[in-house]
Design a protein around this ligand. Structure first.
Ligand code: 2M8
Length: 462
């Protein structure tokens, strides 16, 4: 039961030839055009029919190659729903859709009852802050007077987004922001959350009172379980009960985790804001300082010298979670990651757990493929995702590993050439899973196709 979408391309090779690349580009543009909804792009017409925060950032990066005006509009629309405290909600609901088009919908979130929420109905939680990086990349793709004006307009909102995370979410006061819900990480049911989630009291039977929307459009065996969903709802209820306020979280909230990807995105955002500041006449120095402090805190609090990888910290239990997921590789996007950690992450990525190599058949899975709980079909518990691979690809170029970056890029393009713009993919066979016309897969494919020279030629990239 996958969503209908533009037909998978008739690409016979790995997508690397010029004619094949052109076919793939057309497929990606058709997918993005098909998901365009008056002022934003939906991740999927069926599974996710509203606007999602980090999806829009990735989508803007791809749109910059083909529809730059839409790329800016995508970001503007999202930030129009920013809360007064600076949080950028993870979902902005489209009021034109029928009740029940997505669960949990606006009635469940009840954002209108919270202080500082925007006029639009939104969720009350956030997602990884990849938006400043996206804005910077959209500008850099085709710098112009219009793009500088767009950066100038977005800059204060991007700064406020960062301030919210720094000032309100650093529960342990160690320099890292906490996620208060697995949905905030973007990797909803990653094995990384199993340990902290086990402490959240919930009963799968509560789901009898609700109708899940996702399992009507995707195979239930690929999705989070009912017990996962019962816990997801319990965490929202805990946060919503206090009108999504962040004071006192340590005393009352059942899930508080420092996520490597979320905080790496925060650090990358400060680097991007420094670049943006340089273009619009603001001061880059405070951004570079904050970026340095985030990287130091990540290394200090989340790098495990024994395993040689980054692992989330369960703040309530004050310990690193044991699962070795692809989350641990993502700090590679930080240009100031120290050489020791760069080497460790590249080693972890190249191990049998993830399989990064100069010649590789498939992109990296979302979870350690040697782990007992690796599930190749279940969402974030094994399948390959374009956004995680794109982040790693970017990190490899940033840290001067064009050989590995080129191998990864080829495998990403080959994956979509074989299966189409699916939401996620079987990590061994490359079969397409989930939505068949997924926004960020199309967008990041466009970016990978356009960056061919950088990927092959080896220029380190800022
Ligand atoms: C997935 O998450 C939503 C909840 O936010 C869901 O499962 O319904 C995740 O893959 C998330 O990373 C993504 O942003 C969202 C929309 O694509 O779907």
């Amino acid at each position: 039961m996958t969503a209908p979408g533009p037909a998978a391309p008739m690409v016979t090779g790995d997508g690397g030839g010029p004619a094949e690349a052109d076919q793939l580009r057309r497929l990606a543009v058709a997918t993005l055009d098909g998901n365009w909804e008056h002022d934003h792009t939906v991740p999927s017409r069926t599974l996710y029919p509203h606007q999602w925060s980090w999806d829009s950032a990735f989508i803007a990066i791809g749109l910059a190659h083909v529809r730059p005006d839409r790329a800016w509009q995508e970001l503007r629309t999202l930030f129009a729903a920013q809360w007064a405290d600076g949080r950028v909600p993870h979902i902005v609901f489209n009021p034109r859709l029928r009740v029940g088009a997505y669960f949990p919908g606006p009635q469940f979130w009840g954002s209108e009852r919270a202080d500082g929420a925007p006029a639009a109905a939104t969720s009350g939680i956030v997602q990884p802050p990849v938006h400043a990086l996206a804005a910077w990349l959209v500008h850099r793709r085709a710098p112009s007077t219009a793009s500088r004006a767009a950066l100038t307009e977005l800059y204060p909102a991007l700064v406020a987004q960062q301030s919210y995370l720094t000032e309100r979410r650093d529960v342990a006061r160690g320099g890292l922001a906490c996620v208060v819900h697995p949905w905030e990480s973007g990797l909803d049911n990653s094995p990384a959350w199993d340990e902290p989630m086990a402490a959240v009291p919930a009963d799968a039977a509560v789901m009898r009172a609700y109708t899940r929307h996702d399992t009507a459009h995707a195979d239930a065996a690929h999705r989070p379980t009912d017990l996962d969903y019962a816990r997801y709802l319990a965490m929202v209820e805990s946060y919503r009960r206090h009108d999504y306020r962040d004071d006192g979280l340590a005393d009352r909230h059942p899930f508080l985790v420092e996520c490597p990807l979320f905080n790496a995105a925060r650090g990358a955002a400060e680097h991007a804001l420094a670049d943006i500041a340089g273009v619009i006449g603001a001061d880059p120095v405070p951004h570079r300082d904050r970026a340095r402090r985030i990287t130091e805190a990540l290394v200090d609090r989340l790098f495990d010298p024994v395993t040689g990888t980054f692992q989330p910290r369960d703040v309530r239990a004050d310990r690193l979670v044991s699962a070795r997921t692809a989350l641990g590789l993502t700090p590679l996007i930080l240009p100031d990651l120290p050489p020791r950690q760069v080497a460790a992450v590249v080693t972890e990525a190249g191990s049998a757990r993830f399989g990064l190599a100069r010649r590789m058949d498939r992109p990296l899975p979302s979870h350690d493929r040697t782990a007992g709980d690796f599930e190749p079909l279940r969402y974030w518990r094994g399948p390959s995702w374009m956004n995680l691979n794109w982040l790693l690809w970017r990190g490899l170029r940033t840290h001067g590993r064009p050989d590995l970056a080129a191998g990864l890029r080829r495998s990403m393009i080959g994956l979509v050439a074989g299966a189409g713009c699916h939401e996620y993919f079987h990590p061994d066979t490359g079969a397409g899973l989930g939505s068949a016309a997924f926004g960020w897969t199309a967008a990041l494919l466009l970016d990978a196709l356009a960056s061919g020279d950088a990927g092959r030629g080896g220029a380190a990239e800022a």
